[in-house]
Structures are given as structure tokens and as C-alpha cells.
Design a binder for this molecule. Structure first.
Ligand code: ADP
Length: 517
């Protein structure tokens, strides 16, 4: 047994000390002579290679190597002994080793050399790398999976339809995906380093800052807010901002992640729609006024024509010889009556002009209906048509612009008169009704005539502007009426009734205590 001689002679190993050292070593230790024969094989080596010491002692160390290396080993050994150029001694290297069961495993081999004065011996320490390699492989695999995920995530983030910004706690942008760049008109490089608040419209800074604080103070984890940015081209970009905070491993706020959902086109569409609505309302007001003016001109024409004919008749009576004074006085009284009617109409024109700025007020629906009937009398009287108001059996209260609702009723009555006039045999009276319900919060008004009804082919377009069957009609009455009713929260529709037409509209009932504008 060779002895190892350390510099301190007190530590010189006895054979039993050497055996203890070999036995205690956690790594496999194999000692060979200069011919490669195994002289010592410790317990760890037995466990690692699966051979007992007796099986390998005296064998060539090549049995511990896969055959391709084993064959070359003797050559290596000889070369070293000839040249003394170390290729492994004192260097160590990773090698492949072979167990008794022929399985090959990776190992780290360190080799030391010593001499007893006559012969050279080599000590090989072999450490199994199987587990480490498995771990390295697993680590490499998980790293490569992580890289793949990272790439996937980057591609996903870049192609996401929503803008995503990573923002440092001081408000500086530290990352932006392509959607965020497109949204604001800057490249990622340009965005990086900019302060988020500098991109916002000044009006939106305060509210955003307040929410940001609630995130950093921990009173909220996310917030959602409408924000507006100034795009690089100067246009305003509307977004819904979803902002969350990212915490580090110690639970400290680290940065913000902002998701920006573009709502610019939605906001523009809403703006356009509201502008359009306003324009439409304006056109409506103008056409409502025009419609009413022409109606009133028509109304005024009636009494004026009557006055003119009464006055002519009166003149003829006075010119008679002898003049027919009693009859003339009677005719003058009629003319006077008509002039009063004309005066009332003018008064209503005044009321109409005043009503342009009228506010809605709490009114009894019956009063509006009676006023409308009163206005319509000019027409009904001259044409010998009756309006039956007796069916007005409820007196609901509504909050409306009463002049406008009066116009609706008047328009329906006029249409009913037009439909009734000239029909033979003379149809029953036009019916005007009003009730609460059937919906408990709505009042319902109807105007029903027996004039034959609306021709089937017209029913579909009845409420469209310029649809008329009258030579002097405008086709605007029903369309304007529907607009007015809708603006008051009600509906106007046509119902096919036996022998005639029935137009119905609803209005919301005034809630107790509600007074209007
Ligand atoms: P206008 O009276 O100026 O024609 P409206 O919008 O008031 O315009 O009515 C459109 C058309 O609907 C009328 O021309 C007529 O043909 C039809 N109509 C309206 N009311 C009645 C009714 N009570 N009976 C029959 N047809 C009607």
C-alpha cells in the first residue's frame, strides 16, 4: 500500500488513517498505478460504479470508462509518462464513466499524482454529474420556455388592440406596445422617458393624479377613467384608461401598467349624433313654425272671407230701396262676430310667438283639448262638421308645452275634418277622447273620425315628411306631430278603425309634486 507523505510529518497517514480517509470521502476515489491498474477503490466508488472493491482491484481502470475512451486511456497514460505534459492532472475535466451495469453517466474527474520514489501513482476523484446535468438541462429547458413565453408575450403585447404602457412610479413611461405608439403618434423610443401626465390634456390631469395617488397609497388596486391625450398631430385622442399597480417581491409598489382603450371614434360619433340631433331639432322648430304660420294664415282667411261676404251682403241690403236695415244690422253683427274670431286667432299667433321660449308646465290635458277644439271650430262650423267632446272623461295632468300639444291635437282634428268633409251619407261626429291608461303612468288621447280611413298603401309612410294625399297638403303635419309627442316622452300612432281613422297619442302623467321647468 503506498503511503502519502504530507509536509507535516505528524500528519503522515498510517494505513488505518488512509483507510478512514478513503471510507469517509463522499466522492469516489480510485488509485491506479502507472500501468492503469486499480490499486484502491473506496466505498463511494463502489456505490457509484456498482463494483465491489474486490471485483476491480488489479483491473485496468478502463473498465470504468465507455469502451471508446477506455481503449485510448493506456495511450494517454504512456504519453504523459513520456512527455510529462499534463492533459488532465491538476486540471480536472468532465468525462463519461461507465457503471458495472454498462450504463454511462457524466462525471467530473480530478486527477492527482504522487510517487513513492520508485513508481508513479495516480489518484482519481470522480463526482457524479448526473443530477447536476439533469438540473442544468431542466434549467436550460425552463429558460428556453421562458424565453419563448417572453417572445410570445411581446408579440401578444405588440399586436394587442389596446395600448399598454408601463409607467414608473415617478410617472415616466418605461415601455409601450405598438398600439400605444399608434394611439399617441410616437415611437416607443420617443415615448420612453416622457412623463405620462405631459401627454394628457391639462383638464384631465387632476382627476388622473388623484386616482394615481390612491394606487400608490394602497387604497385601490386599479382604477378606470376616461382620459384624453394630445396626439402628436394635435388631434385629441379619447381613451378609457385601466390602470393597475405592479408590486415587487416585498409588496412595495414598483410601477404602473396602463391599458388604453381607444374610444375616439365612439366619442366623435356621439358628438356628430348630438350635433345632428340639434340640427334636426332646429329644422323641426323652423318647420313647426312654418307649419303653424301657414295653418294660422288659413284660419285667419276664413273669418276674413266671411266678413267680406257679410259686408257685401249688407251693402246690397242698404243699397236697396228702401234699405233693409234690420237684415243689414244682422249681417253687420255677423261680420263683427267674425272679426272677433280673427282677433282671437291673432292673439293665438302672439301666444305662439311667445311660446318659442315657453317652458313646459303642469297642465290639465282637457284644457289643451278644449282649446284645440275651440280653434278648430272655425273649420267645423263653416263645413258643418261636429266634434263630439263628450267622451273626454278624464282630466289627467301632464307637464308639457301646451301650445305644442295643442298643435298636435289641432292637426289631428284638421286631418279628421279633411277626411270627413264631403263624405256621403254624412258621417257621425268626430270623436275626441282622453283617458288615463292602460299604462298607469301615461295619459292617452285619441281623435277618431268616420271618413273612410287611411288608404292601406299610405299607412306605412304616414308619418314620413311630405307624404300627403291633398292637393294643398304639406305632408308635414303628422311627422311634426310625432316629433313633438316623442319629445314629450310619448308615442303617436295610427289605428285602423271601422269606417275611418283613429290617431292615438300618449303623454307621461305628471308625477305628484312635479311642476315642470
Ligand atoms: P297633410 O295633411 O298636410 O297632407 P299630414 O301629415 O297631416 O299632412 O297627413 C298626411 C296624410 O295622411 C294626409 O294627406 C292624408 O292622406 C293622411 N291622413 C291623415 N289623417 C287622416 C285621416 N284622419 N283620415 C284619412 N287620411 C288621413
Amino acid at each position: 500500500m503506498p503511503s502519502i507523505a504530507p509536509s507535516d510529518s505528524r500528519l503522515e497517514l498510517t494505513p488505518s488513517g488512509f483507510a478512514a480517509l478513503m471510507g469517509a470521502a463522499a466522492d469516489a476515489i480510485v488509485i491506479i498505478d502507472e500501468h492503469g491498474r486499480i490499486l484502491n477503490f473506496n466505498g463511494a466508488a463502489e456505490r457509484l460504479f456498482g463494483y465491489s472493491s474486490e471485483q476491480v482491484l488489479g483491473e485496468n481502470v478502463a473498465i470504468l470508462m465507455p469502451s471508446k475512451h477506455g481503449l485510448q486511456h493506456d495511450t494517454y497514460l504512456r504519453n504523459y509518462l513520456d512527455t510529462r505534459i499534463p492533459r488532465i492532472i491538476g486540471i480536472g475535466r468532465k468525462v463519461e464513466a461507465k457503471r458495472q451495469d454498462a450504463t454511462v453517466f457524466p462525471a467530473e474527474l480530478s486527477v492527482g499524482e504522487y510517487s513513492d520514489g520508485n513508481s508513479v501513482f495516480f489518484v482519481g476523484i470522480i463526482r457524479d454529474l448526473t443530477e447536476r446535468e439533469r438540473q442544468d438541462n431542466a434549467l436550460r429547458q425552463s429558460e428556453s420556455r421562458l424565453r419563448e413565453r417572453e417572445q410570445e408575450l411581446n408579440v401578444t403585447l405588440d399586436n394587442a388592440p389596446i395600448g399598454i404602457l408601463s409607467i414608473a412610479l415617478d410617472g415616466r413611461i418605461i415601455g409601450a406596445n405598438q398600439a400605444a405608439c399608434r394611439l399617441m403618434g410616437y415611437s416607443e423610443q420617443e415615448l420612453t422617458g416622457k412623463v405620462y401626465f405631459d401627454l394628457l390634456l391639462p383638464q384631465d390631469v387632476a382627476a388622473t393624479e388623484m386616482h394615481r395617488q390612491s394606487l400608490t397609497e394602497g387604497s385601490a388596486e386599479t382604477f378606470v377613467l376616461n382620459n384624453r391625450y394630445l396626439h402628436r398631430d394635435g388631434s385629441v385622442v379619447h381613451v378609457v384608461l385601466h390602470c393597475g399597480v405592479v408590486f415587487d417581491v416585498h409588496g412595495e409598489a414598483e410601477r404602473f401598467v396602463a391599458q388604453l382603450v381607444d374610444r375616439t371614434s365612439q366619442v366623435r360619433a356621439e358628438q356628430e349624433a348630438s350635433e345632428f340631433r340639434e340640427r334636426l331639432a332646429h329644422v323641426d322648430r323652423i318647420s313647426t313654425m312654418g307649419e303653424m304660420a301657414s295653418g294660422i294664415a288659413h284660419e285667419i282667411n276664413q273669418p276674413l272671407a266671411a266678413i267680406s261676404s257679410y259686408v257685401q251682403a249688407c251693402r246690397r241690403r242698404i243699397e236697396r230701396n228702401p234699405p233693409d236695415i234690420p237684415r243689414s244690422l244682422e249681417l253687420l253683427a255677423r261680420a263683427d262676430e267674425q272679426s272677433l274670431r280673427a282677433g282671437k286667432i291673432v292673439e293665438r299667433v302672439r301666444a305662439l310667438i311667445r311660446s318659442q321660449d315657453r317652458l313646459r308646465e303642469r297642465t290639465r290635458l282637457n284644457e289643451i283639448l278644449s282649446d284645440a277644439v275651440q280653434l278648430a271650430r272655425v273649420d267645423t262650423n263653416t263645413r258643418g262638421i261636429q266634434i263630439n267632446e263628450n267622451v273626454v272623461d278624464a282630466s289627467p295632468e301632464v307637464i308639457v308645452d301646451s301650445i305644442q300639444i295643442q298643435q298636435v291635437v289641432l292637426n289631428l282634428i284638421r286631418n279628421a275634418i279633411d277626411a270627413t268633409e264631403g263624405v256621403e251619407p254624412r258621417p257621425p261626429a268626430i270623436e275626441l277622447g282622453c283617458q288615463v291608461g292602460p299604462e298607469e303612468d301615461m295619459a292617452r288621447v285619441w281623435v277618431r273620425d268616420f271618413g273612410g280611413g287611411v288608404p292601406q298603401e299610405m299607412v306605412e309612410q304616414l308619418f314620413e315628411p311630405f307624404v300627403t294625399s291633398k292637393s294643398l297638403g304639406t305632408g308635414m303635419g303628422l311627422s311634426i306631430s310625432r316629433t313633438i309627442v316623442k319629445a314629450h316622452g310619448g308615442q303617436l300612432w295610427y289605428e285602423n278603425a271601422e269606417d275611418g281613422a283613429c290617431f292615438v297619442f300618449t303623454l307621461p302623467l305628471a308625477v305628484t309634486g312635479e311642476q315642470g321647468d
